[in-house]
Design a protein around this ligand. Structure first.
Ligand code: CP
Ligand code: NVA
Length: 306
């Protein structure tokens, strides 16, 4: 049966471990994978802008010997030109795997159900699993382990926060999400993560105090306050998150060797200052690079390449 990657929720902890071991082999070139996906084609559907996800998947596919095809929104008219069933069936006859970035998570699930090929979530309003998997890989790479790491996510309870909740719960990372009131992560996702955390021992908590979350943290993570699609709420969000900026004072509360992460794109001067993003604690560009390495492992995992 084909396997999709729509949410980290559907991955077993051992599968995440496997993906990270494979990523390491691919990144350090212990494994020659230059023709692992020869003759395979990846379709990329983006209903929202993207730099990292699009480029890293295209390059990953090329480096694995396959081919990537960008399907422009104005050509395919995703979800409006034809029934999802027809769309999914046709693409399944040409392609071997799809990456989809869209608004409604439900639309992604619908396509995955109709397509005979693996579908990878390239970000929805609800989740961003490839991001969170790459982030956890980056933490493991930098710190040497995951279980017991204290991660403070400072900002909007958005798609990235949701996927980190699942990912941390599965891998034993203690996660505190500090959000402004009314912008907390979805309670259903927090509840599910807390349930999953019972097996890994991770502590999952929420607060409205950024300082409390940052104190003693190994990792401080932030993301934009206004995600793609929510631009009409920009002013309201900027006001609500005024005290949530990741700046040098906040970083000073964390462990002396703490790392600062951001999935990018960043709004410098809003959720993070220049001094922090360009400073000694920042690992944001290693984090961005790892998207490509982890996604190679995801492609091999789903397509059964070796
Ligand atoms: N972090 C991330 O997904 O970036 P893009 O929106 O540029 O793909
Ligand atoms: N939360 C951000 C992530 C961008 C990669 C957004 O959805 O716009």
């Amino acid at each position: 049966m084909k396997r999709d990657l729509l949410s980290i929720k559907a991955l077993k902890t051992e599968e995440i471990d496997y993906l990270f071991t494979l990523t390491e082999e691919l990144k350090t070139k212990v494994k020659d994978s230059s023709s692992a996906l020869k003759g395979k084609s990846l379709g990329l559907i983006f209903q929202k802008p993207s730099l990292r996800t699009r480029v890293s998947f295209e390059v990953a596919m090329n480096q694995l010997g396959g081919h990537a095809l960008y399907l422009a929104p104005e050509d395919i008219k995703f979800g409006t030109r034809e029934a999802m069933k027809d769309f999914g069936s046709v693409l399944s006859r040409y392609l071997d795997v799809l990456v989809v970035r869209t608004f409604l998570h439900q639309q992604l699930e619908e396509l995955a159900a109709q397509a005979a090929i693996p579908v990878i979530n390239g970000l929805t309003d609800l989740l961003h699993p490839c991001q969170a998997l790459s982030d956890l890989y980056t933490i493991r790479e930098k710190k040497g382990y995951l279980k017991g790491i204290n991660l403070a996510f400072i900002g909007d309870g958005n798609n990235v926060a949701h996927s980190l909740l699942y990912g941390c719960a599965k891998t034993g990372v203690n996660l505190t999400v500090a959000s402004a009131p009314k912008f907390e992560p979805k309670s259903e996702i927090v509840r599910q993560a807390q349930e999953m955390a019972q097996s890994s021992g991770a502590k999952i908590s929420l607060t409205n105090q950024p300082q409390a979350a940052a104190s003693g943290a190994d990792i401080i993570y932030t993301d934009v306050w206004t995600s793609m699609g929510k631009e009409a709420e920009y002013k309201r969000r900027k006001k609500a998150f005024q005290k949530f900026q990741v700046n040098q004072e906040l970083v000073a509360l964390a462990k002396p060797d703490c790392s600062v992460m951001h999935c990018l794109p960043a709004h410098r001067g809003e959720e993070i200052t220049d001094a922090v993003i360009d400073g000694a604690h920042s690992i944001v560009f290693d984090q961005a690079e790892n998207r490509m390495h982890v996604q190679k492992a995801i492609l091999l995992f789903l397509l059964g390449g070796d």
